[in-house]
Write a protein of this length. Structure first.
Lengths: 201, 225
């Protein structure tokens, strides 16, 4: 299985996971207070500088960010169709900033640290009897862990189409992807049960 | 080790995968063989409590697998056919530490336990590596380390040398030979289990033979013709 984590020794790598997650949450909220293009453009530039400081490299960065950026582009295009160019630019800059910051945090924080922090953050809800904090932490950790694997599987299915001379179509890509992902999820769930990981409090 | 099956049966969607079975297991090394779809994996999963019996019951070291699932899983470690799915977190040391969380160890104690189990299998240098970078043999050893870190009494391995090249197969075989734990190994690799203490042969969902490996393997070869 691949991971979104990138080894390194940047400032962000050295920051405690809690500081990064709280910072990301604060930035996410702050970005929605800006409604004009200039401050959002500055925010996007700062976010890009933070991401660039990780030293991932342009080619690798584009490969990692392209699927999310395409989604943002679709949202911006839709905004342009139903609203104004300024609104579309606002959406594009705001979501791009958020994507870069979130990607920077994900690339510099191990999944184990994510699980620990989310579990800790969910403890108050556990005390109220609403959730099992460890389950929340594990669930979020697994989502992060599964992202590169699902992308890999998507590429493998696409390659299989090409190898057989078939044109990839949404339906013929999505159906095997969903089936394989669910099957894999079952096996991971069995491994979690077998190792007694969900028994933890 | 004390495993008891009492008229335990497994049915899925109206189909009987394992017919009612009564037996006791206490030998330290037990091999499980049989053709594909013969019920071997279902049998092994019933010991770990991953498959609940449709009828009858299974007791492991005094714990019923349905009523005391968590205790049973603490007693039995399970290595799956595909070690990729066994390793839940991508970085090896993080994955082993995840399995230890139920013990509520301090960070230092957890790190020490992770180091100890990695050293035991000579894979300390892989601690910070990502699972997808490991060879098949290293991945199998990593899965073994992640399970044995929790010190189960019984280790069940489902085709541990499957899909391995000769070099990695030898590596895993030597490692299994050196284990002190009670082990149950499902395998198509007959060399791996031929000197075990006891051998179970499954065929079409039934226990077809149970005894010394030489006799059981001979019958298996006849069934496979």
């Amino acid at each position: 299985m691949k991971t979104l984590y990138v080894e390194g020794d940047s400032v962000l790598h050295r920051l405690p996971p809690r500081v990064k997650l709280l910072g990301l949450a604060a930035a996410g909220i702050a970005l929605f207070f800006f409604r004009s293009i200039p401050p959002l453009a500055v925010a996007a530039l700062i976010s890009a500088a933070i991401y660039a400081s990780l030293g991932i490299g342009l080619r690798h960065s584009l490969a990692r960010l392209r699927p999310i950026f395409l989604t943002i582009a679709v949202v911006a295009l839709f905004t342009l169709l139903v609203g104004s160019a300024e609104e579309a630019a606002t959406v594009l800059l705001r979501l791009t900033s958020l994507m870069l910051l979130a990607a920077a945090v994900t690339a510099t924080t191990g999944i184990g640290d994510f699980i620990d922090e989310i579990t800790l953050a969910a403890r108050p809800l556990e005390r109220l009897g609403l959730v099992k904090a460890a389950d929340i932490g594990l669930s979020i950790g697994l989502v992060i862990r599964f992202v590169p694997e699902i992308l890999d599987r998507y590429r493998a299915i696409k390659d299989a189409h090409r190898a057989r001379g078939l044109k990839p179509r949404i339906l013929t890509l999505a159906v095997p992807l969903i089936i394989l992902t669910l099957k894999n999820a079952d096996e991971i769930a069995a491994a979690i049960d077998a190792r007694g990981i969900r028994a933890q409090k | 080790m004390d495993i008891r099956f009492e008229e335990a049966e497994a049915r899925f969607e109206g189909r009987t995968v394992l017919h009612p079975l009564t037996l006791s297991l206490s030998e330290r090394r037990i091999g499980i063989i049989g053709l594909n779809g013969s019920g071997k994996t279902t049998f092994a999963r019933m010991i770990n409590g991953l498959v609940a019996p449709s009828a009858g019951y299974v007791v492991v070291n005094g714990f019923d697998t349905v009523q005391h699932g968590e205790k049973v899983r603490a007693e039995t470690g399970f290595i799956f056919q595909n070690p990729q799915n066994q390793i839940i977190l991508p970085i090896l040391k993080e994955d082993i530490a995840l399995g230890l969380k139920s013990r509520k160890l301090s960070r230092q104690e957890s790190d020490a336990a992770v180091d100890a189990v990695l050293d035991r299998f000579g894979i300390g240098h892989l601690a910070a590596r990502r699972a997808h970078e490991l060879s098949g043999g290293e991945l199998q050893l990593a899965a073994l380390a992640s399970v044995l870190a929790t010190e189960p009494d019984i280790l069940i391995m489902d085709e541990p040398t499957n899909q391995l090249d000769l070099k990695n197969r030898e590596l895993v075989r030597r490692t299994i030979e050196g284990l002190d734990e009670n082990i149950m190994v499902i395998s198509h690799d007959l060399e791996l289990v031929e000197d075990f203490d006891r051998m179970l042969l499954f065929h079409e969902g039934r226990l077809a033979a149970d005894g010394p490996p030489a006799d059981t393997i001979r019958l298996y070869r006849e069934l496979a013709r």
